[in-house]
Each structure stands twice: as C-alpha cells, then as structure tokens.
Design a protein around this ligand. Structure first.
Ligand code: DOR
Ligand code: ZN
Ligand code: ZN
Length: 444
C-alpha cells in the first residue's frame, strides 16, 4: 500500500507521554501512527525534524467578518491567520453584516466562504425573531447559536427572559449548544447613561460600564433560564472570579454548561489595559489579578473547558477615528494563542496534555465536531507541528490577519507553530501560508 503522505521523525503526545513516531496520511485521514520503520510507503514524505506534532487547534470563538465587514477581515485573511497560528478549525460568530440569524443568511455566508477557506470553519447563528425557524437553521448546518446578552444581535431582545427560554427549548430539542456573551444589557445601560451624562469617556468609565457585576448577573440569569429549558449552554470568554465560581457550582448540578477563557484574559489585567489604551479594549474587559488567578485555577480544575481566542479584528483606523463610546473593541488572537500558551507550557504553568485537551479535544466534544481534535487512526489529519524550544518575539506587522496590532506585540515567547496540516495537506510552513489552493472545509 502506498499512502499520500508520511510525516516522519515526529514526536507525538500519546496519552500523557511524548513518543517518537510518524504519521501516515491517506485521502486526508490518519491511517497509521507507528515508528518510522513501520510506516507504509508514501508518495510524499515530510521530515518533521523531531518537532512535536499536536492535533490542530479547534478555536470555537472567532470573528471572520468578510461580507460587508471585509475591510476588517475576510475569509482568506482570517483563515490564513488561523493556519499561521496552528488553528485548523474555527467557529465563526454571527455578529456580521448582514447578521447571521436565519437559514438564508447562513446559507449566503457559507456560500461566500466556501471557496475561500484555508482552514476548516463552522458557523454559528444568532437567534431568529421566530424561534420556530431554529430547526431550519440547524438543518442548514449551524454548529451552534450565539446569544449576546449585552445588546440585541439577531431577532431576540436579550432582556426578554420568556423569548430566550422559548429559543433555548428549541435548541434543547436539537441538542445544539448556545454560546453566551455574558454581560447584562440593562446593567450596562444604566451605568453607560450615567457616564455619558457626566461626559466621562475614559478607560475607567469603560471598566465601570463593563463591570464584573454585568458579567455575573448575565451568567446568573442564563443559568437560571438554562435550568428551565435544559439547554446546552457554553459561556464565552469568562473573565471574573465570581463567574468561574457560578459555573463551577452549576457543573455540579444536572445543568449542561461549559465555558471558555481567552489567552488575553489569562495573561493580561486592567493595568495592561491602561497602558495599551484602545489596543487592549475588549468586551468583557481585562480584569484584576484576582480574576486572572481564578481563571487559571478554573482551567487547572477543569471548570474551564476550552481556551478560545475570541479573534475580533478591526481596522486600526476605525479604532483611532471613532469617538470613545463607539470605538470597536476586540483583539486579534488567532496568531498569538498557541505561541502564548506554549510559552506557559515552557514555564511549567500549563501541562501539554491540558493544552491539547482545552484547545482540541474538549472543543471538539462540546460542539460535536466529528473525526477531528485528536491524533488517532481514522481521524482527519488536521495537525500542527510546533517547535517547543523556539524563542521569538511577537510582531503583529507580520500577521496574516488584517488587524496588524496586538496587546502582545513585542512579547518574548517560547514555542512556535511551524507546520500546519489541513485535511492532510500542508498549508503553513515556517510562517508561510499557502493560499493558492483552499484546503479548508465547511464543518456542519
Ligand atoms: O470585544 C469584543 N469584540 N467583544 C464582543 O463581544 C464582540 C467582539 C467583536 O465582534 O468585535
Ligand atoms: Zn463576546
Ligand atoms: Zn467574540
């Protein structure tokens, strides 16, 4: 038997141990993991030079933009950024222009993306105004729903508990997860009006509006509604100690709740935000040292299921030119997530198995992504080879993302993705992404 590709001279994390082995790939699938001498003949051989090969990352929270927001990011630039960052599957959020919120907008978005994906992508939808349309959206291929509790995006006002419950009941019947941006709209608005009245347009004012209480209240509310509906809830970008605590308690009940943290909430605090200014603006905002500590504890204890980037690109121009309260917030994180987390591995703050669990296995399970997320015979060959010892400096001017700025600019990191394979094909080699052939697929 001659297979398409053999990766030889690799190190692979098998269980908790790193072993020397190679990987044989045929028709996009991993067909054999074995010592190099026991691998089948192959049309193509790649020497991985003793780098560590991990399952490609599954980033369950990113914003690909495109369509009418392609000046911020488009499908090619966003998925190239993913490939450069060792991310092989992304889940796209629905706050697009037009908003992804029904079967036709989802179909259009998928059609627009289909020939432009460098990595695999799944798509989330906002809730439609008529919850009876939810099954159609799922049939169209949505991998989940997203509810912004901070503002109305899609068809449902996030202050309307009754409508939210109805929508959650529909998702429960279909066993599909609902991602939650947990900031309470009413609470945000009360403080925002106060700040505006006092003409207070400062980073401190931003932090007062996007308070810890706003997150905590939203998590409390959604857990309560999830209890009534038995829906699967995934809390995005948890940022507060109390938030982690609430989720930990909920996990001890019959509630189906999972959650994610971002690298920026794990590694930065509001003190960084004050230095960074608009580049560090994100919702929910960077928090206090105590919160950061709780996120790490939650991660180690398994309360936190996944690490996701919340890659939220904007143009620097619009960030600079808009009046304070209109400044778009968000951090472009696809190209820094894995290097930052590998650095934590090198520092001994995160184990390699934990990194793999939270960036590929758990995301795969939470969102029901088939045949990916693990290096295993019979799985699709979405892989990333990393140079765990490489010391280098993050330089956002080299990003594939259109958002060429980052709060991590200039950070010295240790560990770098050096080769990314999508569906059995090499798409990134040493920082160069091959964009001529589009190897990514839409995940339904
Ligand atoms: O900072 C943020 N940026 N938070 C969000 O919830 C949305 C995101 C974006 O789309 O820019
Ligand atoms: Zn969000
Ligand atoms: Zn987001």
């Amino acid at each position: 038997m001659t297979v398409d590709l053999v990766l030889k001279n690799a190190k692979i994390l098998l269980g908790q141990k790193i072993e020397r082995a190679g990987i044989a790939v045929d028709s996009g699938y991993i067909v054999k993991i074995a010592k190099d001498v026991n691998l089948p003949a192959a049309s193509d051989k790649i020497d991985v030079k003793e780098f560590l090969v991990l399952p490609g990352l599954i980033d369950v929270h990113i914003h690909l933009r495109d369509q009418e927001l392609s000046y911020k990011e488009d499908f090619v630039s966003g998925t190239s950024a993913a490939a450069n960052g060792g991310v092989t599957t992304v889940l796209d959020m629905p706050n697009n222009k037009p908003v992804t919120m029904d079967a036709s907008s989802l179909r259009e978005r998928m059609a627009a993306a289909s020939e432009k994906l460098i990595v695999n992508a799944g798509f989330l939808s906002a809730f439609p105004s008529n919850v009876k349309e939810i099954p159609d959206i799922v049939k169209e291929g949505a991998k989940g729903f997203k509810l912004y509790m901070s503002e109305k995006i899609g068809g449902i006002d996030p202050s309307d508990d009754e409508l939210i419950t109805k929508a959650l009941v529909e998702t429960q019947k279909l066993n599909i997860p609902v991602c939650i941006h947990a900031e309470d709209k009413q609470l945000l608005e009360i403080i925002y009006e106060e700040k505006k009245k006092n003409k207070d347009a400062t980073i401190d004012a931003f932090l007062h509006v996007h308070s810890q209480d706003a997150e905590v209240k939203a998590i409390e509310r959604i857990l309560n509604l999830a209890q009534k509906s038995k829906a699967k809830i995934h809390i995005c970008h948890v940022s507060t100690s109390k938030g982690v605590e609430l989720i930990e308690m909920a996990k001890k009940t019959e509630l189906k709740v999972t959650c994610e943290v971002t690298p920026h909430h794990l590694l930065l605090t509001y003190e960084n935000l004050k230095e960074l200014g608009i580049i560090g603006l994100t919702k929910p905002p960077l928090r206090l040292k105590d919160d950061v500590r709780s996120l790490w504890t939650g991660l180690q204890k398994g309360v936190v299921d996944t690490i996701a980037s919340d890659h939220a690109p904007h143009s620097l121009d619009e960030k600079k030119k808009t009046s304070f309260w209109q400044i778009p917030s968000g951090i472009a994180g696809l190209e820094t997530m894995l290097p930052l987390m590998l650095t934590q591995v090198n520092k001994g703050l995160l184990s390699l198995p934990k990194l793999v669990e939270t960036t590929s296995k758990r995301p795969r399970d939470v969102f029901g992504i088939r045949e990916r997320g693990e290096i295993r015979e019979g799985h699709i060959a979405d892989l990333v080879a990393v140079d765990l010892k490489k010391e280098w400096t993050i330089d956002s001017s080299k990003f594939y993302s259109k958002a060429k700025f980052s709060p991590f600019d200039g950070w010295k990191v240790k560990g770098k993705p050096v080769k990314t394979f999508i569906n059995g094909h090499l798409v990134m080699d040493n920082g160069e992404v091959f964009t001529d052939v589009k190897r990514g697929r839409i995940i339904r």
